[in-house]
Design a protein around this ligand. Sequence first.
Ligand code: FMN
Length: 355
Amino acid sequence: MSHPPSSGLQLGLFMPNCSNMYAISTYRTVPDEWPYESNKRIALAAEAAGFDFLFPVSRWRGFGGPTDYLGTSLETMTWASALLAVTSRIKVFSTVHVPVFHPVVVAKMGATLDHIGQGRWGINLVSGWSKEEFGMMGVDLLPHAERYQRTTAFVEILRGLWTEPPGSFNYESPWYQVRGGYSLPQPTTPPPIANAGGSADAQAMVARLCDWAFLSPPSIEATPSITSQIRARAAAHGRSVKCAGFPFVLWRDSEEEAAAEVAKIIAHKDSIAAGNWLEGVGLGSGSFDQFTLDMMVLGAGALPVVGTARQVAEKLAALHAGGLDGLLMVFQAYYEDTLRFEREVLPILREMGVR
Ligand SMILES: Cc1cc2nc3c(=O)[nH]c(=O)nc-3n(C[C@H](O)[C@H](O)[C@H](O)COP(=O)(O)O)c2cc1C
């Protein structure tokens, strides 16, 4: 049974801070939007449209092939800093890889971002999964369960430094030792902490410690059972956790036109980069079929939400009813689509009472 979220649907953008963000495909209708000036323009348009948050990807290298998918990327703490300075209402997340940062450093960076944005910054803490990415830095990934034990320690240290009296916070773990922990300024308000893991290890940690679970449900139908599971786990700790998913949202005047556009994106897929991605996430060398590869192309596994403006609004509403409090939308042409979404889809969501 699904647990409907308590308040209205929060809308965000899964931003193109990385090259080719929208799809693992060489087909595009606008120039790549990764440069900072494009991100800034999109952020300002999203804020003007009334969107709630902006959310980046953290990557250190690309996935090869003709697109070198995500190979050029703006680092997400410095990216958030700039966007918080030019916006005034919208929330901005950073995505931080646990294996390559120390939590005391991130506590200070986070508090700085919180002060710059006056309470509008949040963190998505990810455990990391790409061997090549961390291999480039000489860092080995830990076994899966230990990865999340370390991420748990990371979250507890952030919370301690952000809320305990200065100098009083101590933490001992195999990965971090904090003695007389001290980080001033503390944030104006404890920043929301998200995690984007999909495994049981991730869910257990999110339920106990995080504010947001960023998820990738494979379908609208599968969403209620995934969100219910997270909420039930959190309830067992006397907590509540918000859930967000990431749809690839594409709409045209007719269903056929929208489907034809998706077909073009898939026809121009970068099979090399998509294959490297799938192997990286552990689907084994060449063991995935064509359908899996095609499904991976749109926003690297985003849930396709495609059709007319009304159909898209209905599907977004169904995701909300399935327990998603927030949506990190992937757009084909972020700037244009943000303006079009405001004009064509938002009024329908309002009419449905979802916003
Ligand atoms: C919405 C969303 C955003 C994510 N962002 C990143 C990211 O920026 N960098 C990264 O390395 N992994 C990212 N991930 C991957 C997850 O952190 C996680 O490693 C992956 O979903 C596998 O789950 P597991 O670690 O629980 O096995 C993201 C996943 C989701 C669903």
